[in-house]
Design a protein around this ligand. Structure first.
Ligand code: 6R9
Length: 646
């Protein structure tokens, strides 16, 4: 196999501010000590941390049992996840502190202290038990971003019922597939949720899913949120306010085995039906707790806001489980970032004095396009740390984030991880790492990330290859629900003993990781394999460009040719000359090899509901093929528009 050629040259460096480093939870000395400890005795390192960080009802003897690809961590241990997040804080000053500050899209606000959240979770747990939910039963949660979403997942955790959260933007057939795959008998939903001023009728979607399948569903528990009319099936549907609100606030949490499944989260594969990624309790608890404290540097005074939806792994790990285990105050917002105006996020940051802010590159690029004025009219001086996740961040977007939002003062953590990894794997540590725009920098202490060739050998500096994790880690997925073969082939198929993440990457001379995009998206021009990220970043570095996606199209001469889809920052008069200019710009930034064979301007790019660009669909369009699976597409009209522009 030819290695992936690397092209992006980024020379800007940002050292940690000494005043930040001085107060950081993880400073240079502790970082060095942790790295050495993990290198010296890997299992002892994890065993020590697990005993220190988690509240165990029963201690474990075996730290790790590893029969690739199946891992068991801390296997004799017993604990309760809701206890880690809530009960443990009730004997401390955290008891009366805000756990969740919530804002609805129409503007209403609710605050729940740790004590209040604990009481609500106990009520929900009691109501679920009353409905007949037993430990091990999968409970499907399909809710808007309201406090009941956090309450529901914590209540499931409390009674040992794995939750399967389905993002509120998914349609009835997606609900049906997931409910059936998990054989889930209970669903928690709401009448609706607010999005850009309209009601998304969630209960209707559930009704439709159940009308076409899911014969085993016994009960649907419904939160009243939007007051829209809903159809009611008496023997099946239960109002939350009729049962949960009147249930006892006392609930004795039972301890569960360390390996007890905490949740299933469906993630889209490139082909076929969605995969139910299974996470276990203790290892996931440990790593989300540690990474939240290390990467986001959370302090008792912080107001932390992760803008993801709890329907994604980012919301599971860094809205609910990580921050609550650390006793943090989390901001939670229901609606769209541009409702009623494109400054809604900055308005929230200012009003709630948010200190730590975590979002996705796709959102950052949208803010850039909406214009700086929306940012500049707000006082963002409360912010002290910024993060990104979900896609590689183009250096120009990083610099905008740094200057406009962080006022050149806030460290930026570009966190690389996946649904399957459970927690952050590669990321700067704000008090330790010199950051480089576009690089997720270095693996966290204990994470054995490497870049290898097709033969599994480590490659040299600046050579592209496959991103793998060589040693198992506590928060890794344990299985694909009901499909161990798919787990094995998907992640341990290419290299027998290493976890293969599906991403291409390189490491620079300083050891920093550069994610080059999904291996499936790599473009092969005349035998040179090019990552999508670098060409896209070259395009985005041109002042006229907002977003770019590059994809391959079959080419008789070169094997594949590069087609670039570009959205513009401003309207251009002469599109033909702009195309030529952009093409030359790419050649100047990267080299003649990367010159796009075609550049197409478009209003928007097709994205998944979690904001990732769907290059596969663009490649279908560029090659004149029928588009493949479109079920995870956020806005189907984008595809038709792109075709019309053809
Ligand atoms: C957390 C999450 C995982 C895929 C991953 C990679 C991409 C995520 C990234 C990043 C570059 C980052 N990705 N974070 N690429 N830099 N900081 O997004 O999980 O939805 O499972 O997606 O997202 O391609 O393999 P998930």
């Amino acid at each position: 196999m030819t290695n992936i050629s690397s092209t992006l040259q980024e020379t800007r460096r940002f050292k940690p501010d000494p005043s930040f480093a001085q107060q950081a939870n993880l400073g240079p000395q502790l970082y060095q000590a942790l790295k050495e400890e993990a290198a010296q005795d890997y299992e002892a390192y994890w065993a020590r941390l697990a005993r220190k960080e988690l509240v165990w009802r029963k201690d474990f003897q075996t730290t790790l049992e590893w029969e690739a690809p199946f891992a068991k961590w801390f296997q004799e241990g017993e604990l309760n996840m809701a206890e880690q997040c809530l009960d443990r804080h009730l004997n401390t000053a955290t008891k009366h502190k805000a756990a969740i500050i919530w804002e609805g899209e129409p503007g209403e606000q609710r605050t729940l202290t740790y004590q209040q959240l604990h009481a609500k979770v106990a009520q929900c747990a009691n109501a679920l038990l009353e409905m007949g939910v037993k430990a091990g039963d999968v409970v499907t949660v399909y809710l808007p971003m309201i406090p009941e979403l956090a309450i529901a997942v914590l209540a499931c955790a409390r009674i040992g019922a794995p939750h399967s959260v389905i993002f509120g933007g998914f349609a009835p057939n997606a609900i049906r597939d997931r409910v059936e795959d998990a054989d889930s008998k209970f669903i928690i939903t709401a009448d609706g949720g607010w999005r850009r001023g309209s009601v998304i009728a969630l209960k209707d979607n559930v009704d439709e899913a159940l009308a076409t399948g899911c014969p085993n569903v016994q009960n649907v528990l419904v939160v009243k949120r939007t007051n829209n009319a809903v159809k009611w099936t008496d023997e099946r549907d239960i109002w939350w306010h009729d049962t949960v609100d009147s249930a006892s606030t006392k609930h004795q949490a039972q301890a569960f085995n360390a390996e007890h499944p905490l949740f299933i989260l469906y993630t889209s594969g490139t082909t076929g039906k969605p995969k139910g990624v299974v996470h276990a309790t203790a290892g996931y608890a440990l790593w989300t707790k540690l990474t939240t404290r290390w990467v986001f540097d959370l302090k008792p005074e912080d107001t932390y806001w992760c803008t993801a939806d709890v329907g994604w792994i980012t919301g599971h790990s860094y809205i609910v489980y990580g921050p609550l285990q650390n006793g943090a105050t989390i901001m939670m917002y229901e609606g769209a970032p541009n409702y009623p105006e494109p400054d809604r996020f900055w308005d929230i940051v200012e009003r709630h004095q948010v200190t730590v802010f975590y979002t996705a590159p796709t959102a950052i690029r949208a803010f850039m396009k909406w214009g700086d004025d929306h940012v500049l009219k707000h006082d963002l001086s409360s912010l002290r740390l910024l993060g990104t996740v979900g896609e590689p961040i183009n250096p120009e977007a990083w610099i905008w984030y740094h200057e406009l939002i962080g006022k050149e003062r806030c460290p930026i953590v570009d966190t690389w991880w996946q649904t399957e990894t459970g927690g952050i794997m590669i990321s700067p540590l704000p008090g330790v790492t010199t950051t480089v725009p576009g690089s997720a920098t270095q693996p966290l202490p204990g994470i054995d990330a490497h870049i290898v060739s097709g033969e599994g050998e480590d490659v040299g500096p600046n050579q592209g290859g496959y991103l793998v994790i060589k040693k198992p880690w506590p928060s890794m997925l344990r299985n694909i629900y009901g499909n161990p073969e798919r787990f094995k082939n998907g992640y341990y198929g290419r290299f027998e003993n290493f976890y293969f993440a599906g991403d291409g990457a390189r490491r620079d001379q300083d050891g920093n990781f550069w994610i080059m995009g999904r291996i499936d998206d790599v473009i092969n021009v005349s035998g040179h394999r090019l990552g999508t990220m670098e060409i896209e970043s070259a395009l985005v570095s041109h002042p006229a460009v907002c977003e770019a996606a590059v994809v391959p199209r079959p080419d008789d001469l070169k094997g594949q040719a590069i087609v670039a889809f570009v959205t513009l920052e401003v309207e251009a008069d002469d599109l033909e000359s702009l195309k030529a200019e952009l093409s030359d710009h790419v050649v100047q930034e990267i080299g003649a090899l990367a010159r796009p064979a075609e550049i197409r301007f478009t209003d928007s790019l097709p994205k998944t509901r979690s904001g990732k660009i769907m290059r596969r669909l663009l490649s279908d369009i560029a090659s004149g093929r029928e588009a493949g699976d479109t079920t995870t597409l956020e806005d189907a009209s984008v595809l038709n528009k792109l075709r019309d522009e053809d």
